[in-house]
Design a protein around this ligand. Structure first.
Ligand code: 5GP
Ligand code: ZN
Length: 111
């Protein structure tokens, strides 16, 4: 997906503030944070949204969801955090490469 901004981040063509990386997943801070802590977990392999996922994405989806609380804790969100997955235009998705937002540190109900 040569025109996908998150694929370009995965490829290192656009810089990001990286939090975590392995062979399947990249995690980086959102460029426009809506709370003191706001990062996103993405699969390295392009998939447009949760609605495009199938059984082949099961492992990476599980990996991302299990990583979220671990990284949230490491970022100081020891009292909890919010997870958001915007899906499709009707769901407010702006970047069509699946991403899970982790947001917190802005009080009991950040966003
Ligand atoms: P969506 O609305 O699709 O769920 O969220 C897309 C998010 O990507 C937004 O919160 C936006 O700030 C973030 N974003 C867009 N472009 C970039 C970028 O080039 N770098 C980073 N780090 N975040 C981006
Ligand atoms: Zn992509």
């Amino acid at each position: 997906m040569s025109d996908c901004i998150f694929c370009k981040i995965v490829a290192g063509e656009i810089p990001c503030r990286k939090l975590y990386e392995d062979e399947d997943v990249l995690v980086f801070h959102d460029i426009h944070p809506v709370a003191p802590v706001h990062f996103m977990l993405i699969p390295k392999a392009h998939v447009a949204s949760l609605a495009e996922c199938d059984q082949s994405h099961r492992d990476v989806l599980g990996k991302i969801l299990l990583l979220a609380p671990k990284l949230a804790w490491e970022q100081g969100l020891t009292d909890g955090f919010r997870t958001v997955i915007n899906t499709g235009r009707g769901g407010g998705q702006e970047v069509f490469h699946l991403h899970v937002h982790v947001i917190g540190g802005g009080g009991p109900r950040p966003l």
